[in-house]
Write a protein that binds this ligand. Structure first.
Ligand code: RB5
Length: 149
């Protein structure tokens, strides 16, 4: 189960990515937005992040104009590792090194086809573990230090 959300700046990309995920045989939850009206990205970033953090979805995808606001908002939720990526190398690394549980894309940065390619690169990659797990543990320690866990 994968949850996807966007603001108005990522709406058409959300539709394209949803179709791509469905064609790959994945079950998709659409967390909105669902219209052209201007909305606030933290509302959708937090919704998707909370669904991933609670286990309602295994992972998530967020799209706003640049991807910046969504990544800032999603990363406020404890347990979330949201990665804003702009090319296939970053998308692959986001899984291999960071085991990012949310992929973030910019609807005004990438065309829809490229965005789907990056989603595919992230989905196809696997976490390498090893030394990278120790680094993720240190991120969890930061959350604990600030009473986020
Ligand atoms: C909305 O205009 C825009 O600010 C938003 O989509 C995003 O780019 C924020 O980071």
């Amino acid at each position: 189960m994968i949850v996807i959300g966007s603001d108005h700046g990522g709406l058409s990309h959300k539709s394209a990515i949803s179709s791509y995920l469905t064609a790959r045989g994945l079950e998709v939850i659409d967390a909105g937005t669902n219209g052209d009206a201007s909305v606030d990205y933290p509302d959708f970033g937090s919704k998707v992040a909370e669904m991933v953090a609670s286990g309602q979805a295994a992972s998530g995808i967020l799209v706003c104009g640049t991807g910046i606001g969504m990544s800032i908002a999603a990363n406020k939720v404890p347990g979330i590792r949201a990665a804003l990526v702009t090319d296939a190398f970053m998308a692959r690394m986001a899984k291999e090194h960071n085991t990012a549980n949310i992929l973030v894309l910019g609807g005004r940065v990438l065309d829809e086809q490229k965005a789907c390619e990056l989603v595919g690169a992230w989905l196809d990659a696997s976490f390498e573990g090893g030394r990278h797990q120790g680094r993720l543990d240190k991120i969890t320690e930061i959350e604990t230090k600030y009473n986020c866990r």
